[in-house]
Design a protein. Sequence first.
Length: 285
Amino acid sequence: MEISSPSNPKLKYVVRLRTCAVREETGEMIVEGYRECRRALDHGYRPRAIFHCPDLYLKNENEPRLVDECARLGAEVYSCTKACFGKIAYKERPDGLLMVGPHVSIPLERLRLPENALVIVTESIEKPGNLGTILRSADAARAAAVIVCDRATDIHNPNVVRASTGTMFSVPIVEASSDAALAFLKERGFRILAASPHAESLHFEVDLTGNVAIALGAEQYGLTRKWMDGADLRVRIPMLGLADSLNVSAAATILAYEAVRQRILAHCVEVPPAEPWHGEGVIDK
């Protein structure tokens, strides 16, 4: 179907999905951009609809294939003019692809974790960009899951999808209360790590192999007493300058990669070979 009018009801529905209340009511979300859509499909995501604008494609080879793949999966396909796609685009520089589909979070009781699992827990994270970046780091560190507790931002916010660069589709995401998450992790023998500037141990001085959950708190106040009291490991990241704390997503990355480092040394994790280098990103002077 071709859409040439910006007042089309289908477009108005996509615009409404920018609102948390509408996402909650419908159980649907927006996935925009080739990279995000590609990663979603590669990890089994099944969109209900795809809106595309060939005039905005960055590469004319990959985008039509992605649209065809969505059609084969049963998605409704809508071709849009530039003006129409601009009405629904969330990105500042849209590349002509936007999918609409179901939420990706799963209930806590459906979460299945492997042995030696690394889990990242967030409590009351407020900024979508931080949550999306934590999901990106969780994917890079091969975390077994991300548990979002007592949420202060909607995990299906388009900014979460964008900040995660589509990696949110590769990591199981659970929404739960702090009480339920703590009980779930304790029952399965997880050691819970909490970061605090008052902890005596540095983050690289504790054992982060085996079943470990890294808990991170709200940007302004950090973890609540519930998680601090429930933690088995309390550590601090050394701060050598004027700043007394790091951005929560930066702290998540540092702690997760210390766990990765230890797991590599303990031969619990294999590092994939480096990608072939073709000279991209080099500036000739």
